[in-house]
Design a protein around this ligand. Structure first.
Ligand code: SF4
Length: 242
């Protein structure tokens, strides 16, 4: 069964959800003209956002983190987006020399050795490239939703990140079924791994398929304690201050 066959079931207020998400994007693009980017993970939610940005012709750049550890299915989505929407996708990668030195020191799969090494890998391959992506930008767009995990249960439509930029989360109140209804209704391209029971997709060594009944993010860093399972991309300003 495909992800569309499994999940395409819209909420009763689906049209209002779409209108609200589009309004959040429009006002974000106006407020932060020329200084705003969609940081796409290339997951299902982010594909909805890219489609909305393209559909409404909003001046919001599209960018992704090419960690060097992504599945081939994820990488294959980049040219599909560029072709479908006629928009360039910026790719922000880790520094080559630093990556070589890290791998030489800790091996190809340091993430399984300790949480500290896993976080160092995320810092090198995700947080540092993200900082370069956001440099000279005042706002960014993400596909965070409240339903994704207990940790994300209070995600607002906009918030301050740790550096004081505005982070917009236009799909905060969408369900997973709404996401798939939008994808189906608008024939949005999506990662083939979603049809293989990967709801949340990150780097290849740190993502697995989930079984029936498992939590949405059970396939991410599955060997770690639940509380440690964020890579640091979405740390809030208040958490940093604490
Ligand atoms: Fe490294 Fe895994 Fe983090 Fe990707 S998700 S940067 S492979 S530890």
């Amino acid at each position: 069964m495909t992800a569309i066959e499994l999940y395409d079931r819209p909420s009763p207020g689906f049209d209002a959800l779409v209108a609200h998400a589009a309004a959040v994007l429009e006002s974000a693009a106006t407020e932060h003209a020329g200084r705003i980017v969609q940081a796409t993970s290339l997951g299902a939610e982010d594909m909805v956002l890219t489609d909305l940005i393209a559909r409404h012709q909003l001046p919001i750049a599209i960018a992704t983190l090419d960690t060097g550890m992504l599945h081939s299915e994820t990488l294959a989505l980049i040219p599909r987006i560029e072709q479908r929407y006629g928009l360039p996708v910026e790719r922000h990668a880790p520094r080559h020399e630093a990556t070589i030195a890290f791998v030489r020191r800790h091996g190809e799969q340091p993430m399984y050795q300790s949480i500290e090494l896993r976080k160092s890998c995320c810092d090198l391959r995700k947080l540092q490239p993200l900082a370069r992506m956001l440099n000279e930008r005042s706002a960014w767009i993400t596909g965070l939703r409240r339903e994704q995990s207990a940790h994300r249960g209070a995600v607002p439509f906009n918030e301050l990140d740790a550096q004081g930029r505005i982070k917009f989360n236009p799909l905060a109140d969408w369900s997973w079924n709404d996401v798939w209804h939008y994808i189906s209704a608008h024939d949005v391209p999506y990662n083939d791994l979603h049809d293989q029971f990967f709801p949340s997709i990150g780097c290849a060594p740190c993502t697995r398929a989930i079984a029936v009944g498992e939590d949405f993010r059970a396939g991410r860093w599955w060997w770690e304690d639940e509380k440690a399972k964020e890579c640091g991309l979405h740390v809030k300003a208040l958490e940093v201050a604490a």
